[in-house]
Unconditional design. Structure first.
Length: 137
């Protein structure tokens, strides 16, 4: 008998504020909460322990970002390019990647719970010593 696993979807607030300068917000506060980031390019984020809570990223290109030890809860990435992003030692809970390019992403030693990859492009990802709980592709 196959055991069905229920994947929890991200729990989103009713109202989001639009974030027009995500890079500054991340660099100043090391976190983003209850924001939507659209049609943007985020680059050069590294050596920070970033927290993302209840965020939506739509049509965002991430370049030269190193998200080691990032903590993500209730986050949606839609039509984003996350190629070669390092998510090592990170925690992802109720996160969705929809129509995203994920070539070369590194999730070494990370914990993924209720994470969904939908209609992904070029899914070539490193999962080494990964703790999985409710992963859907």
């Amino acid at each position: 008998m196959i055991k069905k696993i229920k994947i929890q979807k991200p729990k989103m607030p009713i109202n989001f504020k639009e974030c027009n300068d995500a890079i500054t917000e991340i660099l100043d506060n090391e976190k983003l909460e209850e924001v939507i980031v659209k049609d943007d390019k985020i680059e050069g984020i590294e050596n920070l322990c970033v927290t993302l809570n209840s965020c939506i990223f739509s049509n965002v290109i991430f370049e030269y970002c190193d998200f080691i030890k990032i903590d993500m809860t209730d986050v949606i990435f839609e039509n984003c390019d996350l190629s070669n992003i390092n998510f090592s030692y990170s925690s992802l809970y109720r996160v969705e990647f929809i129509n995203c390019k994920l070539t070369g992403c590194n999730f070494n030693d990370s914990t993924l719970k209720s994470v969904t990859f939908k209609n992904y492009l070029n899914l070539i990802i490193v999962f080494h010593f990964l703790s999985l709980g409710k992963l859907q592709s």
